[in-house]
Write a new protein. Structure first.
Length: 302
């Protein structure tokens, strides 16, 4: 099947490789000429612009966008909308906010273009293991694109699914990432308690490995935790700074909007925000207040 791919970052490049191995015909573009050359060396047809990419595709065209969410995705889709023709399809496989996706779907539909949103999970392991694909959009374009999904997923009949109309794929992926935040936080806190119990001299890598077999908490996330602890049991080379991609924030905001309590996911998000505060003025103020009302000692900054 023929496909245009825009965005050859780590995930986009890996998806391109997996699609090429599946026998698909790919035309690719990225702002980095080096990334385009690498994809070309792997069997794709590299082009120098979005216009060239559209021109190289046979109608009805399908173009998969894998660029950062927000303005880059907005600009790319707007550029495509001006170049494509009715009956063509735009696929957004990035982590866009589902509300933006619904809006974009309506805008493209008014111009006769199909829009399919694909929430994509799998990270750096997707090339080898396959990707989990949560797909939103109308029935006809999703069915037409099915060979691509079957190639990218772990198997033709598992790991991908059409979950609903435009926007639903990114919505499901957003909640997926919110759950991921909570699971990661639980593992981090649990292993933090284990490490603090110094009298037992526990080997955290050993514990992670034994939990991987037979335990009710066994999971791929635990597999990755074990791998990280196997490389560095004390994680001494890793700074305690945890970024977020934005989807945890969107999940918490959605929970509030829907009046659904989500304390675990919310706490996990707040913990990530706290990890970035080296000065932590709120904690300094808490200490100052304790001193004011109770005369409690204050630990001075070094």
């Amino acid at each position: 099947m023929q496909l245009g791919m825009i965005g050859l970052g780590k995930m986009g490049a890996n998806m391109t490789t997996r699609l090429l191995r599946g026998g698909h015909d790919l035309v690719v573009y990225d702002r980095s000429p080096e990334a385009v050359k690498t994809a070309g060396d792997g069997g794709a047809r590299g082009v120098a612009s979005v216009a060239d990419l559209v021109g190289d595709l046979v109608a009805p065209r399908a173009v998969w966008v894998m660029v950062p969410s927000g303005p880059p995705t907005e600009e790319t889709i707007e550029t495509l909308a001006d170049l494509l023709a009715p009956g063509d399809t735009v696929i957004d496989g990035g982590n866009s906010n589902y509300k933006d996706t619904v809006r974009r779907g309506e805008s493209l539909a008014s111009r006769g273009l199909d829009f399919v949103d694909v929430g994509t999970s799998g990270g750096v392991w997707g090339l080898k293991e396959g990707y989990s694909l949560m797909i939103g959009g109308a029935d006809e374009p999703v069915k037409r694109l099915q060979p691509l999904f079957e190639t990218l997923a772990p198997a033709a009949d598992e790991g991908w699914g059409h979950v609903g109309p435009s926007g639903s794929g990114h919505f499901v992926k957003m909640i997926h990432n919110g759950i991921e935040y909570g699971m990661m936080q639980a593992f981090a806190e649990g292993f933090g308690i284990l490490k603090k119990k110094e009298q037992f001299g526990l080997d955290l890598h050993q514990i992670a490995e034994l939990w991987r077999r037979g335990s009710v908490v066994r999971s791929w996330l635990l597999d990755l935790t074990a791998a990280a602890l196997g490389e560095d049991r004390d994680l001494k080379d890793i700074a305690p700074y945890v970024p977020d991609s934005g989807e945890g924030r969107w999940t918490v905001a959605e929970a509030i909007e829907l009046d659904v309590p989500a304390p675990v996911i919310t706490h996990a998000l707040i913990s990530r925000l706290r990890s970035r505060d080296e000065i932590s003025f709120p904690d300094r103020l808490l200490s100052a207040m304790r001193n004011q009302f109770g005369g409690h000692a204050i630990k001075k900054s070094e």
